[in-house]
Ligand binder design. Structure first.
Ligand code: MTE
Ligand code: MO
Length: 248
């Protein structure tokens, strides 16, 4: 089942514990209450509520397994095609002088950066000291030749659904990677492999899995969760009404 397209009411946590239907909930968004009454509930539970349907571990038992590693697997798409070194491609286009596509081998041949930071999801779970490795996004931007009118990036994914955004200034930070490895292994399918974005200082929803496109744009276009109420500037501990310790 695809949670986004479902017409079924999906139980959602309310502050008082009563479930509400999805349509009712989204209707509230449509009325513009997003910034007012609905915001605290959104910030606590929206991802669990919509994304949690596709969570591969609704029982929470993964945390007890040796390979769980504290991560929960998230996908807003019901199914995601597998891509390998043979058919993976990352395209960079938009406001650049040299648009191009990168194969996995192309990306592996570029200078690699390894970072070890905590991962923090906006729903509350945190995984300490997780290694990510890949190519600095700034490297790919320099290679593409970003035009002066450019202000932001839009990220797209081969799940066909998820999107993300960064300002150009954020994207150029040295702790933002186009990641090929996670936990010192090639990124597996469930964690968004073969290539995902890794934005170390921001909530993990910024780290788009199954990354397939980077488009340089003249303004920020909010991503999937941001259209549903999450903060566009997603600094850990300084956004989404949360006070977690920073991650980077
Ligand atoms: N394509 C895609 N990327 C995504 C998501 C998603 O649903 N689809 N979920 C985001 C959220 S909310 C989190 S917490 C992390 C989860 O990453 P993991 O599944 O590797 O734990 O991926 C982020 N990137
Ligand atoms: Mo998340």
């Amino acid at each position: 089942m695809n949670p986004e397209r479902s017409e079924e009411p999906i139980p959602a946590p309310e502050p008082d514990g009563r479930p509400i239907g999805r349509r009712v909930f989204l209707g509230t968004l449509g009325l513009g209450a997003l910034g007012v009454a609905a915001a605290p509930a959104l910030q606590r539970g929206l991802e669990d509520f919509l994304g949690g349907v596709a969570d591969k571990d609704p029982t929470g038992l993964t945390g007890l397994l040796p390979n769980g590693g504290g991560f929960r697997y998230y996908s807003v798409a019901a199914s995601v095609p597998h891509r390998t070194a043979a058919d993976y491609r990352l395209t960079i286009d938009g406001l650049v002088d040299r648009p191009r596509g990168y194969s996995l081998a192309d990306l592996r041949a570029l200078p690699q950066t390894r970072l070890v930071r905590d991962v923090q999801c906006v729903t509350g779970w945190r995984v300490p000291g997780t290694p990510f490795q890949g190519v600095r996004l700034s490297h790919l931007l320099d290679a593409a030749g970003v035009r002066p009118s450019a202000k932001a990036l839009r990220f797209t994914c081969f799940d066909g659904t998820y999107t993300e955004s960064l300002t150009l200034e954020q994207a150029r930070r040295p702790d933002v990677l186009v990641a090929l490895r996670m936990q010192d292994e090639d990124i597996g399918h469930d964690h968004g492999g073969p290539v995902r974005l890794y934005v170390a200082p921001m909530y993990f929803y910024k780290s788009a899995k199954w990354l397939s496109g980077i488009t340089v744009t003249d303004r920020v276009r909010p991503g999937y969760w941001e259209d549903l109420g999450y903060d566009v500037d997603a600094w850990v501990g300084r956004s989404n009404g949360r006070s977690d310790d920073p991650t980077s």
